[in-house]
Ligand binder design. Structure first.
Ligand SMILES: Cc1cc2nc3c(=O)[nH]c(=O)nc-3n(C[C@H](O)[C@H](O)[C@H](O)COP(=O)(O)OP(=O)(O)OC[C@H]3O[C@@H](n4cnc5c(N)ncnc54)[C@H](O)[C@@H]3O)c2cc1C
Length: 427
C-alpha cells in the first residue's frame, strides 16, 4: 500500500495499516498543516490549531499518546465590529453593540423566523449560503457579521457558496438565546468549539511526533511520486524508484492527483480544474505582552481591515511564548498569497486597532507564510465535480483522504478519522 502525504490523515492511515505500507511525504518532515515553527522561544503553528475531539476513540488515543501532556482550554473568542468586542457566537451575545445594530439583528431574526417577510424562504430549501443565512438568522445578522466575514474568508460572495460545508460550523440559535444575548443574559459555552485540547508544550507538532513514533515504518520525507500508473499498479517516485502498490491512499490536493495518475477523460480533467480554493496568508507576530485583550482569537468582519481573523496562541497556552511576551497569528484570505510587506502592514494595523500591541516598537519580529488550498470553495460546481474526480480515482484504486485529498472543510480530527477509514477499507 502506498500512502501519499504524512499529515494527520496519512499518518493515521499508516497507523491503521500497521504493516505493508510505504508513507511518502513531499516536505522535509511529517505533520503537513500541523507543523510548528520555533523561533527565539516562540512556537507558532500554521495559524490556530486547536483540537476539538468529538470521537471518544480519538480522545482516548490522544490521552494514551501524550499522558498528562494536554491542557484543556475554555475558548475565549470574539468578533470585533463597530469598535467593540462581541463574544463568539455573535448571534447570542449582541449586548454591547450600538443599539441600532442590536435592533437590526434581533428584528431581522424575528422576521426571518416568524414574520411574513421570511415566509418565502422558510417554505423551501435554501439554494445557497446567502439564503441559508437569511432564512435562519435574518438580514441583520447577515449584514452585520455573516456576509462580510464569510466573503472575506471564502473570497467569494455568499450567493456563490453552497450550503454543504456549514454542518456544525454555523451556530443556529433559538429566539430565546438571541433575545437573552441582546439583553446581556447570554448562557456561556454555545457553539461547536467551546473548549479544546492542546499539547502542554511545543505546539501542535508535539501531537504529530507522538503519532509518528507509533508508525512501524517511518515516513519517507523529501519524496513524492512523479507519476502513478494505475494499469501496471506502479508509482514512480522522485527518487527514481518504482514502487508497486495494491492501492494508494492519497492525501495530496485532489486536483493534483488527476495530473499524477494521468489518462483522465476530458470531463474528469474539467471537473478537477473547476475545484477552487482560497489561499491563506498568515503573519506570525512575536510581541511584548502589553496586557492587551485576552481573546484567543478575534473575527474581523469589517471590510476596512484586511485580515479575517487575529489569534493569540500564547493567550490560550502561555508556554508558546517566552515570559513577558505574547504571540499572534493574523490571517488573510485571497486567490493568491499576499506579499509579505503588505501582509505585515495589514497585520500591524489590525493588532494596533484591537489593542493587542501599542506601537510597532512592541513587535519583536514578524514572519509571513501562506497555505495554498487552505479553504476549498464550496460553490455550485463543487459537489458534483469533487464526486466525479473521487469516483474516477477510486476506480483506479486511488482512495483520497484528509482535508486536501478529500477537498473539504474539515478538522484535525476529521483528518485522523478519514485516514483511518480509508485504511480500514483497504485492509
Ligand atoms: C488556516 C487553517 C486553520 C486550521 N485550524 C484548525 C483548528 O484549529 N482545529 C482543527 O481541528 N483543524 C484546523 N485546521 C484543519 C487541519 O489543519 C486539517 O484538517 C488537517 O491538518 C489536515 O491533515 P491532512 O493530513 O489531511 O492534510 P495536510 O496536513 O495538508 O497533509 C498533507 C501532506 O501531504 C503532503 N503532500 C502533498 N502533496 C504530496 C505529494 N504529491 N506526495 C507526497 N506528499 C505530498 C504535504 O506536504 C502534507 O505534509 C485548520 C486548517 C487551516 C487551513
Amino acid at each position: 500500500m502506498l500512502v501519499l502525504g504524512a499529515g494527520l490523515a496519512g499518518i493515521s492511515a499508516g497507523l491503521t495499516l500497521d504493516r505493508g505500507y510505504r508513507l511518502v511525504e513531499r516536505g522535509t518532515r511529517p505533520g503537513g498543516l500541523c507543523r510548528t515553527r520555533l523561533r527565539d522561544g516562540f512556537a507558532f503553528d500554521a495559524t490556530g490549531h486547536w483540537l476539538h475531539l468529538r470521537d471518544p476513540g480519538m480522545r482516548a488515543l490522544a490521552e494514551e499518546l501524550l499522558p498528562g501532556g494536554w491542557v484543556s482550554v475554555e475558548r475565549r473568542a470574539a468578533i470585533w465590529s463597530n469598535g467593540v468586542f462581541t463574544p463568539y457566537p455573535y448571534q447570542v451575545h449582541t449586548h454591547g453593540l450600538p443599539p441600532a445594530v442590536i435592533a437590526e439583528n434581533v428584528l431581522g431574526f424575528v422576521a426571518a423566523r416568524l414574520g411574513e417577510e421570511g415566509r418565502a424562504l422558510r417554505e423551501r430549501e435554501p439554494r445557497n449560503f446567502a439564503e441559508f443565512v437569511l432564512r435562519h438568522l435574518g438580514p441583520g445578522f447577515a449584514r452585520n457579521f455573516m456576509f462580510p466575514y464569510n466573503e472575506k474568508l471564502w473570497t467569494v460572495p455568499p450567493e456563490d457558496l453552497s450550503t454543504e460545508w456549514m454542518g456544525r460550523f454555523v451556530p443556529q440559535p433559538t429566539l430565546e438565546q438571541v433575545v437573552r444575548g441582546a439583553l446581556g443574559l447570554a448562557e456561556e459555552g454555545a457553539g461547536y468549539n467551546a473548549s479544546f485540547l492542546y499539547p502542554r508544550e511545543g505546539g501542535i507538532e508535539t501531537f504529530v511526533r507522538a503519532l509518528t513514533a507509533r508508525l512501524t515504518r517511518p515516513a519517507e520525507c523529501g519524496v513524492h511520486p512523479v507519476s502513478i500508473d494505475p494499469g501496471r499498479k506502479v508509482a514512480l517516485l522522485s527518487t527514481g524508484e518504482e514502487v508497486p502498490f495494491r492501492a494508494v491512499i492519497a492525501t495530496a490536493p485532489l486536483p493534483s492527483l488527476v495530473e499524477l495518475v494521468g489518462g483522465a477523460p476530458p470531463s474528469v480533467r474539467e471537473a478537477a480544474r473547476s475545484l477552487r480554493a482560497a489561499t491563506v496568508t498568515y503573519v506570525n507576530v512575536a510581541a511584548r505582552d502589553v496586557g492587551g485583550p485576552p481573546w484567543h482569537w478575534v473575527y474581523l468582519p469589517e471590510p476596512r481591515l484586511r485580515p479575517y481573523r487575529v489569534g493569540s496562541a500564547s493567550a490560550a497556552v502561555p508556554s508558546l511564548a517566552p515570559p513577558g511576551c505574547r504571540s499572534f497569528y493574523v490571517e488573510m484570505s485571497g486567490a493568491a498569497p499576499v506579499p509579505a510587506a503588505a501582509a505585515e502592514a495589514a497585520a500591524l494595523t489590525a493588532l494596533l486597532e484591537l489593542g493587542m500591541v501599542r506601537s510597532a516598537a512592541d513587535v519583536l519580529f514578524a514572519e509571513t507564510h501562506s497555505i495554498p488550498h487552505a479553504y476549498v470553495i464550496h460553490d455550485a460546481r463543487y459537489g458534483s465535480a469533487r464526486e466525479e474526480v473521487r469516483t474516477w480515482l477510486a476506480g483506479r484504486d486511488v482512495l483520497v483522504a484528509g482535508r486536501s485529498g478529500s477537498w473539504e472543510y474539515s478538522s484535525m480530527e476529521d483528518a485522523l478519522l478519514g485516514g483511518r477509514e480509508a485504511a480500514l477499507r483497504l485492509r
